[in-house]
Design a protein around this ligand. Sequence first.
Ligand code: FAD
Length: 292
Amino acid sequence: MKISQLLRDNKRSISFEFFPPKTPEGEEALFKTIKELEFINPTFVSVTYGAGGTTRERTIRVVKRIHTETSLTVMAHQTCIGHTRNEIKEILQQYRNIGVQNILALRGDIPQGQEESFVFPPDGCRYASELVEFIRNSFGDYFSIGVAAYPEGHPESPDLETDLKFFKKKVDAGAEFAITQMFFDNRYFYNFMEELQKIGVDIPVIPGIMPITNFKQIRKFADMCGATIPRFLIEKLQPVADKPEEVEKIGIEFAVRQCEDLLKNGVKGLHFYTLNKSKATIKIYQQIKDLI
Ligand code: FAD
């Protein structure tokens, strides 16, 4: 089923993001997590892709398994960096052959240290907007295409206004919905939505929610993607950084409040970065389900 259609039909969307594990044991643990989350009846789940093709086979395998072994609607992330157009087409062809209809079209991060020197394949796609255009030209309307959104602006962008201009290019090229980078202050999201309205962009934008379960890890992630962690939250988490249970308790409480506020303000859905674990997401869901 196409996510664009589900977003039109559903009152609110709930979705979960997974990464493709490196080992068979990790993959079995992921499928256990998926089983544990299935009762929530998510609108869709998604599987990430390692930029440059590092998880190519694993992503394809996990997407195929979810599609064939569960009742869930699945979306495959697809990055274009480091790939030729032919390689991308081959991967997407495999999804089409089995009936997977949803793609999150991404550029992928430029490898660290190669920000200036990185060479894009001459027949590759330089930006996600080019990838969206390429998918539309190659597969018509077969895929429902989503893209990434950055409420605080993408780290490479000089400012939000510039980033919004390029975000609009992705929508003009055929993207039908977007999922945001994690953020911890809803004001960035509301501001982003207002700015989109001003430039005439009207696709569903689903906030990406990262439940904090490990303070050091989240600081690293947030640094990498340019997400601001509010000072009051750092001050709460810092003293208990080495006490996983306390970090998780604070992280869940915070995510519940964040989701409640987003739901009260009419968001189209919530996308949880699960990190392949179910516990925190289930605890959050149980406290917000009446608002969904
Ligand atoms: P783009 O939209 O192409 O933007 C990249 C940068 O280029 C931005 O600064 C933008 O403003 C600028 N730009 C765009 N078009 C132009 C233009 N024409 N001229 C000049 N500048 C331009 N990464 C992975 O490797 N695998 C994943 O599975 C993955 N999943 C993600 C899921 C979500 C929900 C999100 C939010 C991010 C995900 N990422 C993933 C991270 C993403 O790949 C990186 O943030 C990457 O740096 C940018 O990808 P993009 O698709 O947003 O790129």
